[in-house]
Design a protein. Structure first.
Length: 237
C-alpha cells in the first residue's frame, strides 16, 4: 500500500507542471474568472472525485489520500508564491494592457490570444459602449477586464467638485519586496536617490523592510512593511 500511495504522490507532483504548461499555452481565455493554479486544483479534485464515484473498483483510501495530498500541495505552492514573487509570475498570467487612450494594443491582444470581439464584450459588461471613453484597459490574470475611464467620462467625485486638484488616480509600485523597480522609476522620472530621501523623511531605516511602496501622481507614498516593527516613529520636537 505504501508503494501505491507513493506512486499517487509522484503522479500529483509530475502531472501539475504538465497541466500548468498546457494551460499557460492555451492563454487567459481558457480559465475564465478563476486564477490559473486554483483552476487546475479544482479540475484535478473534480476528476479524482468523479473517478471514485463512477468506478466502484477505485479504493476510497487512494482517493482520500489524493485529495489530501492535492490540498497540502496547493497550500505549499501558495506559501511559496507569497514569498517568491518571481515564481508567482512564472506560474500564472501577468496583467496585460490592451487599451490605452482609447486605442487597442493589437500586439498585446495577440500575445494573450484575445480577439477584438472578446474585448468589446468585456467592455459592454462594464457598461462601456465606446472604446474612446477608456483611458486604460487591462486584462487581469484571471481573464477579466479592468478599466479606467478618461477623466471627462468618469462620474464626478468629491474632489472633482472643487475640493482638490484632479489626478489620474493611478498608483505605481516603486518598491516590491525591498527592491526598487527601476523601469517604473525611470518612467516616473524619479531617481533612486530621490526615493531614498523620501523614504528617509518618512522614517524608513531599511528599504529591505518594505514589502510594497506605491506612489501616486501627486508623489504621495503608500507603504506596507514585511514586519510592523521595522518602521520607527520620528522624534517629535
Amino acid at each position: 500500500m505504501l508503494l501505491d500511495l507513493a506512486n499517487i504522490l509522484g503522479r500529483i507532483l509530475t502531472i501539475f507542471p504538465l497541466l500548468l504548461g498546457a494551460t499557460l499555452f492555451m492563454g487567459k481565455r481558457s480559465i475564465g474568472e478563476v486564477p490559473i493554479f486554483d483552476f487546475l486544483i479544482f479540475v484535478t479534485l473534480a476528476s479524482v472525485s468523479g473517478a471514485d464515484l463512477a468506478d466502484p473498483s477505485v479504493s476510497h483510501i487512494y482517493t482520500a489520500f489524493a485529495i489530501v495530498a492535492i490540498g497540502f500541495f496547493q497550500k505549499a505552492v501558495a506559501m511559496i508564491v507569497l514569498k517568491r514573487r518571481r515564481l508567482g509570475k512564472i506560474i500564472t498570467f501577468e496583467p496585460t494592457v490592451v487599451i490605452k487612450n482609447g486605442q487597442l494594443l493589437i500586439d498585446n491582444l495577440k500575445s494573450i490570444q484575445y480577439t477584438i470581439d472578446n474585448v468589446f464584450q468585456l467592455l459592454r459588461q462594464k457598461d462601456v459602449f465606446d472604446i474612446n471613453d477608456v483611458l486604460l484597459g487591462i486584462i487581469e490574470a484571471n481573464g477579466d477586464l479592468s478599466i479606467q475611464k478618461k477623466p471627462e467620462k468618469s462620474a464626478p467625485s468629491m474632489e472633482d467638485l472643487g475640493i482638490k486638484k484632479k489626478n489620474s488616480g493611478l498608483s505605481y509600485p516603486v518598491i516590491i519586496e525591498g527592491i526598487m523597480q527601476e523601469e517604473i522609476l525611470k518612467e516616473l522620472n524619479i531617481t533612486k536617490e530621490i526615493l531614498r530621501t523620501r523614504l528617509h523623511n518618512e522614517g524608513i531605516v531599511r528599504i529591505e523592510s518594505i514589502f510594497l511602496c506605491m506612489m501616486n501622481d501627486e508623489g504621495k507614498l503608500n507603504l506596507a512593511y514585511t514586519r510592523k516593527d521595522e518602521k520607527y516613529q520620528r522624534i517629535q520636537h
